[in-house]
Ligand binder design. Structure first.
Ligand code: NCD
Ligand code: ZN
Length: 353
């Protein structure tokens, strides 16, 4: 049985680092594990311009621990009225790595998102021309659609037509949750479609939301789905298919906001992220495919160099903290907080290049 695993430093291709005191409290959990991360732009107000992204990047860098080696990769929050030029300029100046499309109203802080893809045609055309990836929160916002069907309906009604209209646009379906999404990505032959997968969607089905009572810390969007989907996601993520890669969707919210009569969506999984993914790959007998999923596939899709440094994990239980406390009061409860995961991150090698 493998006891020690050494791999290229991984990247997180989808994370919410937040801002201010929350960012200060959560950032280290990402930077201790990952060399780079695609940073989501759904701040209040959202990161809609290159100037805002540059300023946010500077705040992240200023908040890093002194010995951290971490590169935040910034995204633009796409609005109906985002000028194509703003995206092009931001991309060419190395500020934006990608653009995030939230259907308006689909999730936390998405109220300034896109009301119809017809409104962002010019932006998508420009992105297609320069090879700038579009990252999609793929859920239908039609209120008559059942919440568990929103991803599958989005694929049919929005994603398929969009991919046809922009045949060379690079697209990442973020945090896929269904067999339909996994199959859709696997069936694509155009080579410009990929998907991220979160730990929670690999570990839990929707039963976890209701085990012994309502479980707000297992609530995120897209919501957990039935077991058949979880199994399909595990097959896809551990298959070795280069179109599936790591993206935690770590999305911290304070306990009081989640343990509420209207608890908000988002799971803070950064503290045990790598260990929880590794547990899944181990259970699936796919340890040999973990490095591709965590450290290679995403970088290749984005056309970025692979990290030079290495990390080591050992088969030895590590505890996920029960709570992360904020200096101004309040706490954030991590995914699987207070439990032990079977692997421990023991060593981070410096970049050798
Ligand atoms: C995210 C958040 O809290 O910012 N929440 C979530 O449930 N995933 C937003 C998002 O990525 O949908
Ligand atoms: Zn997210």
């Amino acid at each position: 049985m493998t006891q020690t695993l050494s791999l290229r430093r991984p990247d997180d291709w989808h994370v919410h680092l937040r801002d201010g005191e929350t960012m200060n409290a959560v950032l280290r959990y990402t930077t201790r594990q990952f060399a780079r991360a695609i940073v989501m732009p759904n701040l209040k107000p959202p990161v809609t311009t290159a100037a805002l992204a540059r300023a946010y990047r500077e705040r992240i860098i200023a908040a890093l621990e002194p010995d951290a080696q971490f590169t935040p990769l910034m995204t633009a929050y796409l609005c109906d009225k985002t000028p194509a030029d703003e995206l092009r300029r931001g991309f060419e100046e190395g500020v934006f790595t990608a653009v995030k499309l939230y259907p308006a109203g689909a999730t936390t802080h998405s109220e300034f998102g896109v009301t119809s893809t017809a409104k962002v045609g010019k932006a998508l055309e420009a992105m297609q021309a320069i090879g700038m990836p579009l990252l999609i929160h793929g859920e239908s916002t039609d209120p008559t659609v059942d919440v568990f069907d929103r991803e599958a309906v989005f694929i049919e009604t929005v994603l398929q037509p969009l991919l046809m209209e922009f045949p060379a646009l690079k697209v990442v379906m973020e945090h896929i949750t269904t067999e339909e999404a996994a199959d859709f990505v696997s069936a694509d032959t155009s080579g410009r479609l990929a998907a991220t997968v979160t730990p929670q969607h690999l570990i839990f089905s929707r039963n976890a939301l209701f085990t012994g009572g309502i479980r707000p810390h297992h609530y995120c969007l897209p919501v957990l789905k039935r077991e058949r989907h979880r199994l399909a996601l595990r097959r896809a993520a551990t298959s070795g298919d280069p179109r599936f890669f790591l993206g935690t969707d770590s999305a911290p919210h304070q306990r009081v906001l989640k343990e509420s009569s209207c608890g908000c969506a988002g799971i803070f999984n950064a503290p045990g992220a790598l260990q929880s993914y590794l547990m899944v790959f181990d259970e699936e007998g796919a340890l040999d495919r973990f490095e591709a999923f965590a450290s290679v596939n995403g970088a290749r899709f984005y056309g970025l160099r692979l990290n030079e440094g290495r990390i080591t994990l050992q088969r030895h239980p590590s505890e996920v903290p029960e709570d992360i406390f904020l200096p101004g009061g309040g706490a954030i409860h991590p995914f699987l907080g207070g439990t032990f995961l079977p692997w421990t991150l023991v060593e981070q090698g410096a970049e050798s290049s």
